[in-house]
Design a binder for this molecule. Structure first.
Ligand code: DGT
Ligand code: CA
Ligand code: CA
Length: 575
């Protein structure tokens, strides 16, 4: 049973308890546990097998730990089964739609026999739902809108697609005179790998002007709602974008309220409620006096609560509030810490530009080094390099380094890991290179056991420095391979080998929670763009986003090292 199946059960339990009219704290405990598990970096099944205490997960208490263990070991939860039996079949599907509360759900279920979202949609279109309610058409229409919004949200958009669209919107709107703040909030600001919708927050001398310009943007396909301080639109590509404008002096409060994931916000609210304050999008209200304190910046907001500032990428309810209380928030790696790119392709294999063009572009970015890592020829990839061509390339790179200063071009390869874990190229040539990246590109349907063994064999190979995109996933296109990453990280830590975070937005592999675990194992990480052209070098920021979500500091990332120190690390690996 995987984590998302466990999450579903606890969400259902919370809904059913609500339906039963149970105590709100009891309901919240299940909601909180569901969200904590949703974002937890380890598979609970593995934790149970290894006898680890589930209570180490923030938000999971004694009772829920016990239920989780029952669920995972037996595949069933007695409590859940008996709770479900009290209610009509499929009622939790209806409760998942925003705006449908217990009464409505009961009515839809008992009077129309509806047990799924699809059935509900059909009933609305056939006019059966309108007849059921006093408000008729309007209620039915609202529900239909919520269903559509939910479906849109289910089709999450990769951050690599969303961010450029958002930046285009921001550039246009920021040029309006009187605009003082305009910032993305929500999952985009937290740098999640996919986003459900975009939340923009701003302040301006004349907010209405900004709203009007927003809904009139050329990429807007549909205006869902428009008022004087907020609007919602659908842009080309189907992405929903919400914009909200507030007064300058409460911008920090609003931005804070709209950034953290829901559980981060709820945890803060609950904690400070106990201390006699109420948190809202408008600021902090002292309950005893009713006085509202506003915050122009998020820093002031967190400091008022006695907390260190928490970077958006950490606001995922993974223990960041406790760390902020202790003043122990890490100083996360930043784009400006990156000293070079360790994974690139040129026209020598399937890339677009020449070595020198790529090197100059990297130098212009302020990098100290760039590694050229073409594909190997063995697996028949178009223009992969065999031993002879690789030797030829190494000679060219050495000549380039001799005649031009300013940036060091490192010789390298992205060598294919064959199905049995052996590499595509022999030791003689690999040992001559500055950096050897090994990666899987074929036979991806192997069993977990085989794939794990395959990657570990590559890690144990003394010629290998880095393992790239170990799960081979392509976001929205190809599922990750079956692999035991815990076992992989353990071996990588033992041999001081490096695991790559691919910055390519459709890969982001290692992903956030895996990079988080690798770091906890003490595995050093590298961020590589896998650039196939000069333009791709700029994708580094997506990899840095993943590293930040993994709580990485510069010291955890190999290519924050200056050239000499980097070479020392790579040398140690190779000899
Ligand atoms: P998404 O859009 O699914 O990728 O994820 P988010 O995190 O952007 O979520 P969204 O768009 O539903 O909400 C935007 C922000 O609003 C989110 O960062 C946190 C906040 N938020 C959402 N629901 C609640 C809530 O029930 N209570 C509180 N305090 N904040 C919430
Ligand atoms: Ca959002
Ligand atoms: Ca939203």
């Amino acid at each position: 049973m995987n984590n998302s199946e466990v999450v579903k059960v606890f969400q259902d339990i919370a809904d059913l308890l609500e339906l039963r009219g149970e105590n709100v704290f009891k309901i919240r405990a299940y909601q909180k546990a569901a969200r904590a598990i949703e974002h937890y970096p380890r598979e609970l099944e593995a934790m149970v097998e290894e006898g680890d205490n589930l209570r180490s997960i923030p938000g999971v208490g004694e009772a829920i730990a016990k239920k989780t263990t029952e669920l995972i070991t037996t595949g069933k939860l007695g409590y859940y089964e008996s709770l479900k039996a009290e209610f009509p079949r499929g009622i939790t599907n209806l409760l998942a739609i925003p705006g449908i509360g217990p009464n409505t759900a009961n009515k839809l279920s008992s009077e129309l026999g509806i047990s799924s979202v699809d059935e509900l949609e059909r009933a609305i279109n056939e006019g059966r739902v309108a007849k059921l309610f006093r408000l008729g058409e309007k209620t039915a229409d609202n529900i239909l809108h919520q269903i559509q919004a939910l479906r849109r949200k289910d089709q999450r958009i990769p951050i690599g697609e969303a961010l450029p669209i958002v930046e285009e919107i921001l550039t246009t709107l920021r040029s309006i005179p009187g605009v003082r703040n305009l910032t993305p909030a929500g999952s985009l600001r937290r740098f999640r790998e996919t986003v459900g919708d975009i939340d923009l927050m701003g302040t301006a001398d004349n907010p209405k002007e900004v709203i009007d310009a927003f809904v009139a943007l050329p990429l807007v396909r549909q205006v869902l709602a428009q008022g004087s301080t907020k609007a919602s639109v659908i842009v080309s590509g189907g992405l929903q974008v919400d914009l909200r404008m507030v007064e300058h002096d409460s911008f920090g409060s609003l931005l804070q309220y709209s950034t953290g994931n829901k559980q981060h916000n709820i945890s803060l609210t609950e904690k400070w409620h106990k201390q006699g304050t109420k948190l809202s999008e408008y600021g902090i209200t002292v309950i005893a006096t009713g006085k509202l304190e506003k915050f122009a910046t998020e820093e002031e907001f967190y400091h008022r609560l006695g907390l260190q500032y928490i970077p958006p990428e950490l606001r995922e309810a993974q223990g960041e509030i406790e760390k902020a209380e202790q003043g122990a928030i890490p100083k996360l790696v930043e784009l400006s810490d990156m000293k070079g790119d360790l994974h690139t392709h040129t026209e020598w294999s399937d890339g677009h530009d020449s070595i020198e063009e790529l090197a100059r572009a990297a130098q212009d970015m302020g990098y100290q080094y760039i590694a050229i890592t073409e594909h190997s020829a063995g697996r028949g990839i178009a223009h992969g390099l065999d031993v002879d061509r690789l030797r030829e390339q190494v000679a060219e790179i050495r000549a380039l380094n001799e005649r031009s200063a300013g940036i060091r071009v490192l010789t390298g390869i992205e060598v294919d890991i064959r199905a049995d874990g052996r590499l595509d190229l022999p030791h003689e040539i690999l040992s001559e290179l500055d950096i050897v990246i090994a990666a899987v590109h074929s036979a991806m349907s192997q069993s977990e056991e085989k794939m794990t063994r395959r990657i570990i064999t590559a890690i144990e190979n003394p010629d290998v420095d880095v393992i790239a995109h170990p799960t081979c996933r392509l976001i929205g296109e190809r599922e990750p391979v079956a692999i035991d990453l815990e076992a992989v990280f353990q071996v990588a830590a033992k041999y001081n080998k490096i695991m790559e975070i691919s910055a390519m937005p459709d890969r982001l592999d290692l992903k956030d929670i895996h990079a988080f675990r690798a770091r906890e194992w003490g595995v050093k990480l590298a961020i590589g763009t896998d650039a196939h052209s000069i333009a791709h070098l700029a994708l580094m920021r997506f990899g840095v986003g993943v590293a930040r979500r993994a709580w990485c500091e510069p010291q955890h990332i190999l290519n924050t090292l200056p050239l000499e120190e980097l070479l020392a690390v790579l040398d140690r690996n190779n000899h």
